[in-house]
Ligand binder design. Structure first.
Ligand code: MV4
Length: 501
């Protein structure tokens, strides 16, 4: 079927990112929105928009029937799921396919195959992809678990079979702690996934989280190198980079070949990512495959010069990917900072309110992928990520310097953000040396909650005062007898004339 119009089944930053790719690809884009997103930037960027329902995602962005109906009524031939929401739900991909629409993503069968962790482990093992030593099936008998743990050697990790996100995981350092860990992990897994099955793996100490980007068009399956995602807190990534300081060209080829084998083993198509643990000794282990476009995809785009979302759209249209055949080499260095409305000074608690003023960073080597603008309301209905600040530089040091400059340009008034955290991190000696692993931030409470950058503090204070002044002037009725000119300024008049307000 020829695709002319794509429904974007998402919101915020990623919806706008996908709409832009549609337009560059010569396609029309249909936005969907909840009550909370009526006037969001991504809705205005789309060619058409369909209202879904109330703000809670369970009544809007997560309702499969509403999304399929919206595609039908708006004349879209394809649905791009973005990330989060329904992006990795096989029943959604299947419903889209069964409605005669194109799912801009992998086949439902590939989502399913990677969804069950123990099944994925077995299939990866069979395909020659290294997995962490451990059980290939769920274990319930404590005696069986104990002998397995003995043969693996402690520490071991109890994991939920239905797993993901670290729920139902327990590190066990000695035999005496195994039985209670099995019980508590199983009960947590039951609560989180409705499935108490758990299994065992060797626990890898202080690994890096390195993931490989895949593209598959039904003819070729290729990799686009790695992203280093070790800087995370409670399974939420905060900063990602490409390439990784820990990956040599030879290791990149070995990890890339493993990821390509993993994708082929499940009949993968579209863009996808294989997550690996990379141990200090250079050994690596497949963890899981993310069967969607990921938040951090831009760092790969910048070092490989590829538009991954456009490639997804090409593949969905039945075209070959536009990436040339032959070896790909990353150029320079890219870093992404996730800008969230979370206050590091307040335990990273989500901060809500109206964005009274927003100034986005710009200039050489800077990309600002945002879903919000001045005047927008930040609520608790959705994820707290407001924007992604991505920079490219000739080297890692250049990218870090550029990110520091860009972060200092960023002004957000009205909600607290993690901007001060990112500036502390970028200034940190260990981070600058690339000495990071998945436990890095656990060891560094000083980075998680430290003193904000004085330059940023001063700019924020000034911007906050100006925004407040602006708000009051806008609300106050004219004072009778006083000439209008007295209540305004030459700058304001200029802005009005230029239509900047
Ligand atoms: C591990 C591990 C160490 N050893 N498996 C966490 C979420 C789930 N997807 C897999 N996870 C881990 N599995 C073994 N055998 C450490 C983690 C882990 C982790 C992995 C990737 C990114 C962040 C993480 C944070 C804590 C633990």
């Amino acid at each position: 079927m020829t695709i002319q119009r794509v429904l974007v089944a998402n919101r915020g930053e990623i919806a706008l990112r996908i709409i832009r790719a549609c337009h560059e690809e010569g396609l029309e884009a249909v936005a969907v929105y909840s009550d909370a997103d009526r006037s969001a930037p991504y809705v205005r960027a789309a060619d058409l928009a369909v209202h879904l329902g109330p703000a809670p995602a369970a009544q809007s962005y997560l309702v499969i029937d509403k999304l399929v109906a919206a595609a039908r009524s708006s004349g879209a031939q394809a649905i791009h799921p973005g990330f989060g929401f329904l992006s990795e739900r096989a029943p959604f991909a299947r419903a889209v396919e069964e409605a005669g629409l194109v799912f801009v993503g992998p086949p439902a069968s590939a989502i399913e195959a990677m969804g069950d962790k123990t099944e994925a482990r077995r299939r990866m093992e069979a395909a020659g992809v290294p997995v962490v030593p451990g059980a290939m099936a769920a274990v319930s008998d404590p005696a069986v678990a104990a002998s397995l743990a003995d043969s693996l050697g402690y520490p071991v990790l109890v994991k939920a079979a239905a797993g993901g996100g670290g729920k139902g995981m327990r590190v066990v350092r000695e035999a005496a702690d195994l039985a209670p860990a099995l019980v508590s992990a199983a009960s947590e897994a039951q609560k989180a996934f409705g499935d108490p099955a758990v299994y065992l793996e060797k626990f890898i100490e202080r690994p890096r989280h390195v993931e490989i980007q895949i593209l598959a068009d039904g003819r070729r399956t290729i990799h686009l190198g790695e992203r280093e995602c070790s800087v995370q807190r409670r399974h939420q990534k905060l900063l990602e980079e490409a390439p990784s300081v820990a990956v040599t060209p030879a290791l990149r080829e070995r990890m890339g070949a493993a990821a390509v084998a993993a994708a082929k083993a499940v009949g993968y198509r579209s863009a996808g990512t294989c997550e690996f643990l990379l141990a200090a000794d250079g050994s690596f282990y497949f963890l899981e495959m993310n069967t969607r476009i990921q938040v951090e995809h831009p760092v790969t785009e910048l070092v490989y010069g590829v538009d991954l979302v456009r490639e997804q759209l090409r593949i969905a249209r039945g075209l070959e990917m536009s990436v040339a055949d032959g070896p790909l080499v990353p150029r320079g260095w890219a870093i992404e900072c996730r800008i969230t409305s979370e206050d590091p000074a307040n335990g990273f608690l989500p901060s809500t309110g109206r964005i009274a003023f927003l100034r986005a960073p710009a200039g050489p080597g800077v990309r600002w992928d945002s879903g919000v603008e001045t005047g927008d309301e930040v609520t608790l209905y959705y994820d707290s990520m407001l924007a992604k600040l991505i920079v490219h530089g000739a080297s890692r040091a250049a990218a870090i310097g550029r990110m520091e400059r860009a972060l200092r340009e960023l002004v957000v008034v009205g909600v607290a953000t993690n901007q001060p955290f990112h500036l502390r991190l970028l200034a940190d000696q260990a981070f600058r040396e690339g000495a990071i692993d998945i436990q890095f931030l656990e060891r560094r409470p000083d980075l998680v909650a430290g003193a904000p950058d004085p330059v940023v503090l001063e700019r924020l204070a000034i911007a906050a005062a100006l925004a407040e002044d602006e708000r009051r002037r806008a609300q106050k009725p004219a004072i009778s007898g006083e000439p209008a000119a007295r209540r305004t300024s030459a700058w304001r008049d200029q802005a009005r004339r230029e239509g900047l307000r």
